[in-house]
Design a protein around this ligand. Sequence first.
Ligand SMILES: [Zn+2]
Length: 485
Amino acid sequence: MRLFLLLLLALPLLLACSSSLRSSSLESSASSGVRELTVLYSNDEHGWMEGRESGRGAADLLGLWREKEGYSEDGPFLLLSGGDHWTGPAISTWFEGEGMVEVMNTMGYDASAIGNHEFDFGLDNLEQRIRQANFPYLAANIQWKASETLPSELGILAFTTTVVNDLTIGIIGLSTTNTPSTTNPINIVDLSFLDYESVLRETVEQLEAEDSDLIFVVAHVCMAALRPLAAAVADLNISLMGGGHCNELVAERIGKTILLESNGHFRSYARAHFEYDLGRDSLINSSFSTEKNEAGSSDEAVARLVAKWRAATEVELSALLGFSSREYLANDDRLQRAVVESWLQIDSAAAIAINNRLALRAPLPQGEVTLADIVGLLPFENTIYAVELSGAEVLQVLAAGQSPFVTGLIRTENDWLLAKTGRLIDADQTYRVLINSFMYEGGAGYDAIAKFDSAGFDTEIHYRQPLVDWLLDQDSSANKPLTLP
Ligand SMILES: [Zn+2]
């Protein structure tokens, strides 16, 4: 025991000795000569580890990087991401991003910006994902509203420094200031997202103490904002700014700064190559390009991981929810009604539910109904919002929105009756109305809703979940098939 303790105490000393020996023997070669570095950049991966098309997923991209770029984990490379790793297909969404972090760990990512969708499953989940990751999640412009400090409790860093091929690289992260309107607002209610330029100036000043040879920025920020930012901070000598959020395929130079972005979903990547003269302390050459993720041979380790998450997804998807004696097409009123009526079950104060008909995308099949069928039927990552609208506003919303399907109201020849009371809808009375988050965000012509009730409440319940619960409650089978309301 005592010997073990002594060893423990001596260990830091031994490590310190060996590292100082190592650095002094490398000193002569490290302080002179030209060093190269290649940055491989992706963003908005959004859970597409399998790719939008076969042969264009995460495993293929890593294979392509090895073959085309000569990438190896300990080579002169930095793998950077502009954020939004999850929220997309079920393979990532049902596991709240866990599979994506595992895949990106195995690919060897070195750092990532924090995208708005990193907040989709709440702060606890983000903290777990950051812990799970072998790379840091960076955002210098996020603060707790109350203390005006970086949320380092969640594991978020403003910047990181890393040494690759004797080059010290400082990497700063930025998150889009649109985050409060592009993730579930309840998740980020305690956080503020600060203006990019002033934060960059402060952070570069902090980085200066780290004696970086090159400064890079990973930003979950669209080019419309990143281009003017690059111009505005030209004096900061930032060599690379990677973007995200708008899925634009970009490789260009603004002043001395290279701008990179991919078009997301692992469909492509952007790259930059740097040659740095350590003796003269200066960047002597750089180049950049965008590349498609195609014709790479699949990396075995990543392919195995993707197959593992596919199998886990299939297990979830095959869950049996019920039995239907006939098929109902997506636009069938009975199926449309089943969806909105199921919503009314989650909120007893709500009298009316409105969905846009196109939120339903596939039929309810004849025979066994599985979770996979319901995911196909309601495929979007929408939640249910509760809003307070006057009777007059409800009618305006119904008139303006594209193909609304409503329940809780009965259409007569000239009027609308409230189903709960059988009375005419009252123009001045306030009604609690359930809609989906896409409509609340102004999709499909529903932009009046958020104006009528700017404090709409996100129930955080997925728009698919009440239908799943309703189907299970019916306890249907071949002997007792479903009857839609
Ligand atoms: Zn985004």
